[in-house]
Design a binder for this molecule. Sequence first.
Ligand code: BGC
Length: 370
Amino acid sequence: MNTRMRRAAVAVAAGAMAVSLAACGSAKEADGEKKPSGAAAGDAIKVGLLLPENQTARYEKFDKPLIEKKVADLTGGKAQVVYANAKQDATTQNSQVDTMITNKVNVLIVDAVDAKAIAGSVKKAKDAGIPVVAYDRLAEGPIDAYTSFDNEEVGKVQGKALLEALGDKAKDGQIVMMNGSVTDPNAALFKKGAHSVLDGKVTIGKEYDTKEWKPENANTNMAGALTALGKDKVIGVYSANDGMAGGIITALKAAGLSPLPPVTGQDAELAGVQRIVAGEQFMSVYKPYAPEAAAAAEMAVALAKGEKIDGIINNKVDSPTSKGVPSVLIPVVSLTKNNIKDTVVKDGVYTVDEICTDKFSAACATIGLK
Ligand code: BGC
């Protein structure tokens, strides 16, 4: 949304607010919508934070501490963040929502294990007067706000990088596609974006949806694909994230492939960046977690206090159950050996020393990373 549109939206929202204030609380109650429970708490609110898993480094290394820090900054350290991780289990995550409701959190930030399975819990929270911010994955149910990246664009960036790596050899063999979990709506968007770029330009020999995004499942599937297609026929691998790229590269090495075919990734995990330095992984997608976490914290704190979020959002998206969800979407960057310094190092995600440990120092020198 451009500035003019944003101003217009704010003006419309301000007008609407005046009308609803004039109509007093009665219209709201008729809608079944309650005043947020945190409205009277000032900055001393309780924010529930639910993340989906901990096998992917980002969640506990970046998302959690970044959200906690931003919530503290916004509330002068008065708010409390209550955290739980579902470790890939949708049933566990539903019970975690119940616990958060019992603990009377004033707002929930949820990164869903399973976007459909969480819908009933989102409704329960809403019924208890707890606004819900969907984090990274678009949870179904009556969410109030959403923040993520342009996830179809992530898939396009991955697909384009793979084509670039293959160059004029794109049709000299087959590629294998390793998508994410079917319970994650982002995985479907990554896959859609990648297909929109790759279809017709490469031959896709095998394609998998990887159960629970697990690196070990990607490893098993990759070993199976090499056997089925013939290891010398595989010229490239689309991997939806870095965790799986790790499992895939282990399988490629175990089969004795040398040189390794180009493999994509996502998340700019330290291990992924180091594989890029070493020439084992072609690329990753750098998604700056700080602005995503900041948007989630800003929207959560505002919603808990019963404040408008029109000034924070830059988009509206539709989920299968909710139309026009106020959203903040953040752009992504393709990460290769050529721009490590201008991306993750510049943004302070990793220092050169963290990346260029003894094991990688020679490779770092070769690509001029110092
Ligand atoms: C996230 C990725 C992550 C994947 C596995 C996706 O929803 O956007 O960053 O690698 O889940 O947890």
